[in-house]
Structure formats: C-alpha cells, structure tokens
Design a protein around this ligand. Structure first.
Ligand SMILES: Cc1cc2nc3c(=O)[nH]c(=O)nc-3n(C[C@H](O)[C@H](O)[C@H](O)COP(=O)(O)OP(=O)(O)OC[C@H]3O[C@@H](n4cnc5c(N)ncnc54)[C@H](O)[C@@H]3O)c2cc1C
Length: 457
C-alpha cells in the first residue's frame, strides 16, 4: 500500500483527503453507504497524475478514478485499501474553435459546463443526460454515456476526436488530434472510451461540436399501439428533415405514476393510453421549424397513428413535459429496493419483451411493486425498473430479466456500463472468446491489475 505522505509529496498537502474524512460522504449518487478508501488524491496536472500512477504501479496499489460518482453500476465502489483519484482540478475548457467545430477540455470538466461554454459561442456539444450537472467529461467518456440526444449526435464515443490518457504505470499517451480523419495506426482512444477506468485514466479530450440549433419544438404524443409508435418514429425521422433530436418512450404505468406524483394527476393529455412519446426537434429556422413540426405531428394524428398529442407552447410547458420523463425521486420512494435494467433491443421485439417481463414478474415474483418502462426508443434503448420491499429476491429478478434479454438478442447494458453490478451477467451479451480478449487487453495494459480492480471483467 502507498503511504499517503508520499502521495502528498506528489500532489500537494491540500490535495489529499484521508480515509476518515471520506467516510463522511456516501459511496455514490445511488448508494448511501459511507465511502471506504485509503484516501483521495487530486492531481493538478497530467505530470502529477503520471507520477502518482507510477508510484501506485510500483507498490501494486489499487486505484479508482472517480468523476461525479453518478454511475448506476457501482463502478466506483472501493474498499478501505483503495486510493481514489479525482481529476476535478483538470477541469479547464479551452476556447471553442468555431471553424474546426472542436473544443479541448480536461477530464474533470462538468458536462453541463462544457455545454454552456460551447453554447456561448453558438456551438452545441452533443452529449446530454440527466446527471449533466454533476457528471464529468472523464466519467462520461469512460462509461461511453448515451442520453437524450444520441439519436441525433451519437453517444459519447462519437463526440471524441482526440484523447490523452495515462496508463497504469504512468506512461502518458497523448493524441489530442482535432481531425475528423486521422487513420494513423490503431485508434487507441476507443480502447479507453467505455472501459470504465480499467485500462487507463483519461485526462483530456478534443471534442467534436455542431452548430447550436436556434429553435426547439417539443410534443407529447399518446398511442394505442406499439406498432403505431414505431411507424411514427420512422415518419418523424424522414419528414422532419433530420432535425429530430429526441424520441423518448414511456409505458403507461410509469407515465401515470409520475403525472400523479409530480402534477397531482393533471395529465397534459386526457385519458389513458398504453404508450406515450416525448419527442423533440431542433432546427435553425424558428418559424419554419415550428410549422413543419406541427404539420408532421398533425399528419400522424390524421393518419390514425397518434391518438392524441400536445405541443409545448412555452419553455415552461416544455420543462413540465420533460420533468415527467426525467424525474425519478418519486420512483425511488416507491421502490425501496430498486432493480433497474438498461438494455438495448431491436425495436421490433420491445413490446413482446416487456410483456414477457411483466408476465414472468407477476408469476414468479409476486412481491414486486410494479414495472416502470421508459427509454430512448430512437436508440433501441429501454430502461426497465421494478422494485421490492426488501433486497431478498433481487438476484432472482436479475436472473429472470437477463435470461429474457438473451432470448431477444439484446444487450444487458445499453449506456450505463458494467461496473460491478453487471459484471457477473456479462456473458449474457458477450461470448467467452470476447471476454477472454478483454482479459488479454487488461493484462497487457495493466499487468498488476491496479486500475479499478474487479470491475467489468
Ligand atoms: C439522474 C441520472 C441520469 C442519468 N442518465 C443517464 C443517461 O441518460 N445516459 C447515460 O449514459 N448515463 C446516465 N446516467 C449515468 C451517469 O451519469 C453516467 O454514467 C456518467 O457518464 C458518469 O459520469 P461521472 O463523472 O459521474 O463518472 P463516475 O460515476 O464517477 O465514474 C464512472 C466510471 O468512469 C470511471 N472514470 C471516471 N473518470 C474517469 C477518468 N478520467 N478516466 C478513466 N476512468 C474514469 C470510473 O472509475 C467509473 O468506472 C445517469 C445518472 C443519473 C444520476
């Protein structure tokens, strides 16, 4: 184990927090247990981080890099022997390059701050999700986060042109390329993006940007059938001229639960339908965009695809609609033991899959407290959540749902990653040969296994 005094000599006295102080804070956003760790080091630059990792490598000291600790898979869960590393001091954001449409940022920069900095220069950073105010660039890249706008701009991986990271032994790999085309050997950045801090520590990135849209149009639509939902997604992708940026589905049980909890039961759409879609388009010509949006939604109603719809007429109404989709506080109270699944499935199999989960839960887990299904339909990504009064039975629910996902050729993790929570289920989505290859890479890049040990594989 490293001596914290040696760590202090590298990063400075004030940039080390000891284990006793850390035990006063929760493990992460979701787990309210005290943090267990040897200490937390906050290097001020890549040179200090490199020296710190070289020391940890020499001493076989296990380390976990943490960002905003908002991940949902216990990816930063530590033990009393772990040295935590935070890159919060590496949070600089450069001046966006308007011609090249790029910006360089440190891994500790907060996602929302990057969004705001780029927006000030008329540019859009195409990554957005509920934890934007706490999650860091390093965390978002390490989990290859998705979110609300992946439909239009892609996932975290698609935002990155160049990357700098530090290997377990302190070696710095810096390729801060700002080019869309750069075929110079193996594209190493993609090894580190999505590897959840197990292969290296990401310190900076050059990010791809887009012109910031000037207009936003939002609608909540109700549907009688899933088939009509899928057809409407295709029609909106085609007819909105590429401006569709979100297409979020909510099954009735979740929608009405949140309407009751957040809006005292005053639904923006009267009646009860099996499926609701919150969709949004973002464009560059306010009047023309609004007219086109209204026309496309209107046509879907005329054709009998959409049963009812409301188009937000103010930013306040837009926020209210998004709140129904984004707010999970009431759900967290409803499910004392929450069991959530973040899965990818072919859109064609989603309805049957959800029906199967509902039937199996009803038959095999009678104590379940309900089934909330929502997700980023445009990306083939569903979030399926159920709850129990106590943790017993949690493993049974997981086994049941993961088996069903395998049967539908789905992925057990669409955007949240594997961490510790899903590690034992990885074989449902990846073959033995693939997992063996992951282990070869891990052994090559981190031979002593000091980086986020026990996570992913
Ligand atoms: C309300 C809410 C909504 C969310 N919505 C979404 C969503 O829509 N889509 C989505 O994809 N996720 C979502 N998430 C999950 C979470 O926000 C993402 O996983 C996020 O990317 C994690 O960033 P973080 O900075 O909090 O990382 P952390 O949670 O601190 O760390 C996550 C992982 O990355 C590693 N890591 C962190 N920084 C680095 C680094 N610099 N180098 C190497 N490894 C590092 C950690 O070791 C860990 O394995 C949501 C979370 C919340 C709380």
């Amino acid at each position: 184990m490293v001596d914290l005094d040696d760590v202090r000599r590298i990063v400075g006295e004030r940039s080390v927090v000891d284990g006793a102080t850390l035990s006063e804070r929760p493990q992460d956003f979701w787990v309210n247990r005290p943090t267990e760790a040897l200490g937390l080091a906050k290097p001020g630059d890549v040179r200090e981080l490199s020296a710190l990792l070289a020391l940890c490598h020499a001493k076989a000291q296990s380390v976990i890099v943490e960002g905003g600790r908002t991940n949902l898979v216990s990816a930063t869960q530590s033990t009393g022997q772990t040295l935590l590393i935070s890159l919060e001091r590496l949070n600089d954001i450069g001046v966006p390059d308007r011609q090249g449409m790029t910006v360089e940022a440190g891994a500790g920069a907060i996602i929302e701050t990057i969004q705001q900095r780029c927006a000030a220069d008329g540019l859009r950073f195409g990554l957005d999700f509920g934890a934007r105010g706490s999650a860091t660039l390093g965390g978002a890249l390490s989990t290859n986060a998705g979110g609300f706008q992946a439909l239009r701009y892609g996932v975290a991986r698609d935002q990155v042109l160049g990357l700098e990271c530090v290997l377990a032994d302190g070696t710095v790999l810096s390729h801060l390329s700002a080019f869309a085309k750069d075929n110079t050997g193996y594209d190493l950045k993609h090894l580190f993006i999505g590897s959840e801090g197990t292969l290296g520590v990401i310190t900076r990135a050059v990010l791809r940007l887009h012109p910031a849209p000037h207009s936003v149009n939002t609608a909540l639509m109700a549907f009688d059938t899933f088939e009509a939902v899928a057809q409407t997604l295709g029609a909106m992708r085609r007819d909105l001229g590429g401006t569709l940026s979100s297409f979020e589905i909510m099954w009735a049980e979740f929608f009405h639960f949140n309407v009751d909890a957040l809006l005292n039961g005053r639904s923006p759409i009267e009646g009860c339908y099996p499926f609701y879609i919150l969709c949004e388009s973002e464009g560059f010509e306010a009047e023309a965009d609004a007219a086109l949006f209204e026309k496309v939604v209107g046509r879907a109603i005329e054709e009998g695809l959409v049963a009812d719809a409301v188009i937000a007429s103010s930013s306040r109404q837009r926020q209210e609609l998004w709140k129904i989709r984004e707010d999970f506080e009431a759900e967290m109270r409803l499910f004392p033991t929450m069991i959530d699944f973040d899965i990818s499935l072919p859109v064609a199999g989603m309805e049957a899959f959800v029906n199967d989960v509902e039937r199996r839960l009803y038959e095999e887990v009678p104590g379940n407290l309900g089934l909330h299904v929502l997700g980023h339909l445009g990306d083939g990504n569903l979030h399926v959540t159920t709850g129990l009064a106590s943790p017993e039975g949690k493993g049974e629910v997981r086994r049941l749902v993961y088996e069903l996902i395998s049967g539908y050729d789905g992925s057990i993790s669409a955007e949240h990653g594997i961490g510790l929570a899903k590690r034992d289920y990885l074989h449902h989505s990846r073959s033995a040969a693939e997992i063996a290859t992951m282990k070869v890479l891990k052994q090559a890049l981190d031979p002593k296994g000091i980086l986020n040990p026990g996570k992913v594989i």
